[in-house]
Write a protein that binds this ligand. Structure first.
Ligand SMILES: [Zn+2]
Length: 167
């Protein structure tokens, strides 16, 4: 499996995660600065052998339109790290549900700030009630997830340097 490269703006903001081919192209064109590599991984291309870049930084500033994350079950589960926000146990994604903190029947919205990850058991126990009404403790307040979450492919290796920029 090929590894991804994190592309940063000249001001160190995350731009995206790019594939090997695109990373090489940017390097060869001299548009980026190499910040870190995947140790021991080489890339063979027409222009020779090079280390697989892990983090690249643009030499000039790129202006981007602000991205807005679209609400989805998948992103709620990823934001909550597949952990039930009531019992705080970790589950496989098929064993999890989305709970509306303020129930839909009470006007709760389908949004990142009203939806949390819950296991079947906790969701059934809570039913159409608020956590207070159900006597349950919401252990993690729902927030709008980090906008880079959706760029990062699941189950791919994280380079140790990325935590400085992505989190
Ligand atoms: Zn639970």
């Amino acid at each position: 499996m090929s590894k991804k490269t994190l592309l940063l703006n000249s001001s160190y903001e995350v731009l995206s995660f790019i594939v090997e081919r695109k990373a090489i192209k940017l390097l060869l064109k001299g548009k980026v600065e190499l910040l870190s590599v995947w140790n021991g991984r080489k890339i063979y291309s027409n222009s020779g052998v090079m280390e697989h870049p892990a983090t690249l930084k643009m030499k000039y500033h790129v202006t981007l339109r602000p991205t807005k994350l679209t609400f989805s079950r998948k992103l709620v589960l990823r934001r909550d790290e597949y952990t039930c926000c009531y019992c705080y146990l970790k589950f496989k994604h098929n064993d999890l549900t989305i709970d509306h903190v303020i129930p839909k029947s009470a006007g709760g919205s389908n949004s990142f700030t009203n939806c949390v990850t819950a296991c079947f058991f906790c969701n059934r126990r809570k039913r159409n009630r608020t956590p207070e009404q159900a006597g349950m403790i919401l252990r993690k307040q729902p927030v709008i997830p980090n906008k880079y979450l959706c760029y990062f492919p699941e189950n791919e290796e994280y380079h140790e340097d990325w935590v400085f920029f992505v989190r």
